[in-house]
Design a protein around this ligand. Structure first.
Ligand code: ADP
Ligand code: MG
Length: 267
């Protein structure tokens, strides 16, 4: 299917890493919020059966009636799954635990890697950015997200095995690029939960930069307790405590991302 006009205009970014707890959801929520604050129209797609992005954007479970599961498996029109949130300029396609059945339900579907990309043809609302919050695996959901995206952003926690996990993820991205989506770009690696008092954090950051060069964002997201408190209030940290170090880092990341996209477009 040809992508519809609005999706052709939107930049679709998969936020992926097969490891859990590295900051994917936090990045999707707060990058989305910062882009919204900059006047961009943003759609966050919660693509993790845990539904943490939906919770973090203040959408109660009872309100998740039409979700990413329906878009992916029930041929529900994209527009019908879009919820508005209290975050300015940020809409959401929510997730529920139903989504965990996708892998099994799609076993016999010949277009299974393309389900999300095909579904984009039914999205008619105009967005500037679509952010897909991937689950912590390299299974079919992440493959669908990568096959439907222009670029991938990888949050990476500065810890001992970070580089090994990154190599595996890069191989998967390469495989998806070859088989399903030659347009897919590696947008960059974002170092998250960085702890300045920890020498290992510094060492891992140095190693990742020597391995990935300028594909690592200059912005580093510090470990910050306000970031971890915000989801239980159903708010992005940018709205929960704008002055916190975590919120400021995400605002900075959005600025850097927009600059990089302008440079990519000019190249
Ligand atoms: P993932 O989506 O990769 O599983 P999350 O974004 O859900 O990771 O983050 C995992 C946990 O760490 C969450 O409880 C989140 O609130 C917390 N967290 C994420 N980023 C930070 C940070 N910069 N500082 C402190 N806690 C963080
Ligand atoms: Mg998550």
């Amino acid at each position: 299917a040809n992508p519809s006009e609005p999706v052709a205009r939107a930049r679709v970014l998969a936020i992926a890493n097969q490891k859990g707890g590295v900051g994917k959801t936090t990045t999707a929520i707060n990058l989305g919020t910062a882009l919204g604050a900059a006047g961009r129209k943003v759609l966050v797609i919660d693509f993790d059966p845990q539904g943490n992005a939906s919770t973090g954007l203040g959408i109660e479970r009872a309100d998740r009636t039409v979700t990413s599961y329906d878009v992916l498996l029930r041929d529900t029109r994209f527009d019908d799954a879009i919820l508005s949130t209290d975050v300015p300029n940020v809409d959401l396609v929510a997730a529920t635990v139903d989504l965990s059945a996708a892998e099994v339900e799609l076993v016999r579907d010949e277009r299974r890697p393309y389900r999300l990309r095909d579904a984009f043809a039914t999205l008619t609302r105009p967005y500037d950015h679509i952010l897909i919050d991937c689950p912590p695996s390299l299974g079919l959901l992440t493959v669908n997200a990568l096959a439907a995206s222009h670029a991938v952003m990888v949050p990476l926690q500065c810890e001992f095995f970070a580089l090994e996990g990154l190599s595996l993820l890069l191989r998967t991205i390469e495989r998806v690029r070859k088989s399903f989506n030659p347009m897919l770009q590696m947008h960059g690696v974002v170092l998250t939960m960085f702890d300045r008092r920890n020498n290992l954090s510094e060492q891992v950051a140095t190693d990742v930069r020597s391995f990935m060069g300028d594909r690592v964002y200059d912005t580093i997201i510090p470990r910050n307790v306000r970031v971890s408190e915000a989801p239980s209030h159903g708010k992005p940290v940018l709205l929960y405590d704008f002055k916190s170090a975590g919120a400021q880092a995400y605002a900075h990341l959005a600025g850097e991302m927009l600059r990089r996209e302008r440079n990519l477009a000019a190249a």
